[in-house]
Design a protein around this ligand. Structure first.
Ligand code: C2O
Length: 347
């Protein structure tokens, strides 16, 4: 029996999957769509003319930028589901990979990109194509997603942009939004701290998750997932556990069984503010790497060669490997530097 030497989805195997233990969902793309497409290998974009896309924090967005993003998202939401660039297909794509809808190549083991070392690279790929599609829909190849800079005291409230126009999602816990986000929210506790007290708790928590508790790659990146049934592992890294999971849970509507939309992975990417949330996680991956000097966080060929498929802005199916996404400059974007107050908030 062949054992794959990396993790990758077998695109002909998409099947129903569990969005919650009590909910069977089908997030698969329209029948045979991807299975019959011929993928090309990923190529780095040429940003020599346009320059890098610069991702900015949500609290510093100006009116023109918000108008651009609003227009791009409105167009994306108007595309039919048959179009892989459509918002619904983007949302479903996340669902397929977080519920195990695909089997791996040469195995009946499924793929889940949460709770293991594929978490950061997969979401980077996903946002990269999402961002390029948004830009191309408005003819702007410098368009960059914003990041919800929830680790910055200036940005610890739910973002204003998320409360307007196409960014609105009715399935959110609005009662939370007049409070400072609790980055270590456990879903049970109601508001325990207010204002500055919560800000300080968040800063100390960030220090812990990115510095003290994440000194080794496996602690930050998540457990090593290897191919096949025997390769399974479930152990999210520090930041994936929180603030990643906790912010998802804090945003989703508490009266929904899985705190949909944001609170459950199968539905999370239906909330337009999933993307700014993840852009911040993507940024924090690099902050961690720089602080600890881990430019090649994992030197393991299984991880480096694992690959996924995404449609690009030209409706071309692209095969992209983890090793392709370790340098954002090569991917054509950068994050604006923002305040890292938490760096001197060692608890
Ligand atoms: Cu793939 Cu925040 O989830």
């Amino acid at each position: 029996k062949t054992i794959a030497s990396e993790i990758s989805p077998n695109l002909t195997t998409c099947h129903d999957s569990y969005g919650r233990p009590d909910l069977l969902v089908n997030c698969c793309p329209p029948l045979s769509d991807e299975a019959s497409a011929v993928p090309v290998d990923y190529q780095f974009p040429d940003s020599s003319k346009s320059g890098l896309r610069v991702r900015r924090p949500v609290h510093l967005l100006d009116h023109d930028y918000v108008a651009k993003y609003t227009k791009a998202l409105t167009i994306m939401k108007s595309l039919p589901h048959s179009d892989p660039r459509s918002f619904s297909r983007q949302a479903q794509l996340h669902c397929t990979f977080c519920t195990g809808a695909y089997d791996q190549k040469h195995s009946s083991a499924s793929i889940d990109i949460h709770g293991n070392w594929l978490f950061f690279p997969f979401h980077r790929m996903y946002l990269h194509f999402h961002e390029r599609i948004l830009g191309s829909l408005i003819g702007d190849d410098t368009f960059a997603l914003p990041f919800w800079n929830w680790d910055n005291p200036e940005s610890m409230l739910f973002p204003d942009i998320c409360l307007e126009g196409p960014f609105v999602d009715s399935q959110r816990e609005f009662t939370h939004f007049k409070h400072v986000v609790n980055l270590n929210y456990d879903g049970e506790m109601e508001i325990v701290a207010e204002g500055q007290e919560q800000v300080d708790a968040n800063l100390a928590f960030m220090y812990n998750q990115v510095i003290s508790a994440a000194k080794k790659p496996e602690l930050f990146m998540g457990c090593p997932l290897y191919p096949g049934e025997d390769g399974f592992c479930n152990g999210p890294g520090t930041v994936e556990k929180a603030p990643h999971n906790t912010v998802h849970y804090w945003v989703g509507l508490a009266s929904n069984p899985g705190r949909e939309n944001m609170g459950a992975f199968y539905s999370a990417a239906w909330d337009p503010c999933f993307y700014p949330h993840h852009a911040n996680l993507d940024r924090i991956w690099d902050v961690w790497r720089d602080l600890h000097g881990m430019h090649l966080p994992i030197n393991d060929t299984v991880w480096l060669n694992s690959y996924f498929y995404f449609y690009d802005e030209n409706l071309q199916l692209v095969k992209i490997k983890v090793s392709d996404v370790l340098n954002t400059t090569k991917l054509g974007y950068t994050n604006e530097k923002t305040d890292l107050t938490w760096l001197n908030r060692r608890p």
